[in-house]
Ligand binder design. Structure first.
Ligand code: PLP
Ligand code: COI
Length: 339
């Protein structure tokens, strides 16, 4: 990997050496298998292909100044994958097996973990699919869990540079009592039309409103939302958003910095009062928002007038990254060093 230009990496797929796989058959999970193939061979009547029995996760490994590789809060991703399984009637993978798979796939692809100085990371993508030939709408008899990795740079162009997002009421990514709180492929399929439209119009993402009343902020297509007003970190509470591990971590860091955390429904109009706003997630890290355009009513909320990230976002970003890369002590036990 000597001639890799790590700092120029975008958020995309690159072939690495190995992935790991595991099958659920006859009511139990088998052994973890290592594969060097990027291809999976599955039945055309598998439930993942017809009825959306698919869930995935996203987490990252970081190389520190000390050369050690650290993975951030993988137990949380393991638990969330179990919650996704319960939500679409798939087999639950024990968290210990999830963690073992992550450790193994990172170790096997160690040479793809970007160097400390690059600011890039190794993205880890666990996924689970329903297998077995079936035509009736019911859960699959068998499941496959796999994890691949790929080195990535920033999800949004420019990384920690503010970008614009938009509100479009004619689209929802999830239903009020639907699958918004779990990480299943269908939510992302449902977000593609609005997402592409937003991109064509020059926006980084769609900021979805609550699907029931369209009164409150929900989240962005691939990330949670938070706003900063004075000394408060304000983030939506909703039945249709994904519980972001990044957001949960930032709320803790915000409290540590002396901010007040408010988790509650946020009326759309409240955007006008925010000093700062951002998207947050594993891929997005913190992606500051410069402007929110409510396209249905032709209203613009300008947040970062000077086009720069706000001071609170910057402080949170630096703190989070410092813990992830091992520059600052991991006081909450969020980090696993891969030995
Ligand atoms: N919301 C959605 C819809 C996402 O896809 C993601 C990404 O995983 C997030 C929020 C952020 O979650 P996390 O911080 O756990 O990556
Ligand atoms: C992540 O942040 O890990 C995501 O899964 C977001 C997106 C790439 C779907």
């Amino acid at each position: 990997m000597e001639n890799m230009n790590w700092s120029d990496l975008a958020f995309g797929y690159m072939k690495t050496d190995y992935n790991v796989r595991c099958y659920y058959r006859d009511g139990k999970w088998g052994e973890l298998e290592v594969s060097s193939s990027e291809i999976i061979n599955i039945h055309m009547a598998a439930t993942c292909l017809h009825y959306g029995q698919e869930s995935f996760e996203g987490l990252k490994a970081f190389k520190g100044k000390d050369g050690k590789i650290r993975v951030f809060r993988m137990d949380e991703n393991g638990k969330r994958m179990q919650s996704s399984s319960r939500g679409i009637k798939m087999a639950e993978l024990p968290v210990e097996m999830f963690e073992e798979a992550v450790r193994k796939v990172v170790k096997l692809n160690e040479r793809f973990v970007p160097p400390y100085e690059s600011g890039a990371a190794l993205y880890i993508r666990p996924l689970m699919i329903g297998l077995g030939a079936q035509v009736g709408v019911k859960p699959a008899p068998e499941y496959m869990f796999m994890v691949f990795v790929t080195p990535v740079g920033p999800y949004f162009k420019g990384g920690f540079k503010p970008s614009k997002v938009c509100i479009m009421r004619e689209y929802d990514r999830a239903a009020p009592q639907g699958t918004g709180t779990i990480k299943v492929g269908g939510n992302y399929a449902a977000s593609l039309v609005a997402g592409e439209r937003a991109h064509e119009l020059g926006y980084a993402a769609v900021l979805y409103l609550d699907p029931k009343e369209k009164k409150y902020l929900d989240e962005c297509g691939p990330a949670n939302f938070f706003g900063i007003r004075g000394n408060s970190y304000i983030t939506p509470q909703s039945h249709s958003i994904l519980p972001s591990i990044t957001n949960k971590s930032l709320q803790q860091l915000a409290v540590d910095m002396g901010l007040t955390v408010e988790r509650r429904p946020i009326p759309v109009e409240e955007i006008a009062t925010f000093d700062e706003a951002a998207e947050c997630g594993t891929a997005a890290v913190i992606a500051p928002i410069s402007q929110i355009d409510d396209l249905d009513i032709n209203k613009s909320y300008v947040i970062a007038k000077d086009g720069k990230p706000g001071p609170v976002c910057e402080k949170l970003y630096n703190k989070l990254r410092a813990i992830q890369y091992g520059d600052e002590p991991d006081t909450y036990g969020w980090v696993t060093v891969i030995e």
